[in-house]
Design a protein around this ligand. Sequence first.
Ligand code: HEC
Ligand code: HEC
Length: 267
Amino acid sequence: MQPVTSLRSFFALASVLVMVARAGVAADPLTLDYSLYAQGKYIFERNCILCHGPRGDGSGELSKGLQPKPRSFREGMFKFRSTPYGALPTEDDLRVTIRGGLTGTAMGMFTQLQDDEVRAVIEYVKSFSRRWRKAENYAEAIPLPEQPKWFEDEKVRGVHADGGKQLFENICATCHGTKGDGNGPTAATLKDMWNLPCKPSDLRQPHLRCGDRPIDVYRVLATGLSGTPMISYEGALTETQRWDLIAYIQTLKLPDVPTLGSANVRR
Ligand code: HEC
Ligand code: HEC
């Protein structure tokens, strides 16, 4: 791989396209917007480089000792998305990650960035991987259903949770453990595509990286977390089975202590 050369020719091509198309650049997702790229580089160097590294490979100065490690952007694989397993995230997905951070990891919330700055840094993040240049890696968000009415009714939810417990023990417990604490029998052996140990999430935590709402867990079951053993259950579990599982996971939740799961390093 010769990232420097290929990036250079990429930008040469991109700037030709900018000249040809002017206003039309942003309309083509495969074309990098050069002026955004330059602004994004600036934002990245001030806000992200210490963890994600100058080459975007996740090995910035602060990365040592962090668990999980900062993401490498070079493979173009992202865990938290609305799109099918393995597909690129939408720009909104990346915006949610950058604005909201990832609870319980070093990835903090970048609430101080302006909208155009977030747009720009996303454009820069894209420049690290060639996957963003191929149309076949893009996909639409998977449509999500409404939360069922019964979910608000504690009694009915309890009945669904009983069904969910069975499913959980049959399908999820080998990794997440019967208590949902992330210590299932296979947990210690799991690796991600970056060949790093990949700990199943402790689903009892009041805040998860995917979000705090029931629908956020539903989305993970639909999309999976790309690059990790957390696959998509889109074809394998019905809508009802998924809500039953989520009802069960709710029963495992630990009380929300302000210091728990909010270890975000804020800039
Ligand atoms: C203090 C360290 C730190 C800083 C600074 C930081 N990140 Fe991160 N970032 C992380 C870690 C750690 C992860 C991996 C979290 C995980 O795997 O759950 C991550 C993951 C990500 C992801 C991948 C999410 C996914 O779905 O896989 C994106 C995108 C991201 N960061 C963007 C940024 C951007 C843009 C900036 C600067 C505006 C930034 N980060 C600054 C630590 C950092
Ligand atoms: C093969 C092992 C495995 C199985 C089976 C599995 N998971 Fe996971 N799951 C993981 C791992 C590993 C992660 C964390 C990946 C990472 O962050 O790198 C995860 C993450 C998650 C998350 C994201 C939570 C967060 O941190 O935001 C949810 C929700 C989840 N799993 C639910 C389930 C449910 C429900 C089932 C059963 C239908 C299940 N998982 C089955 C391994 C597994």
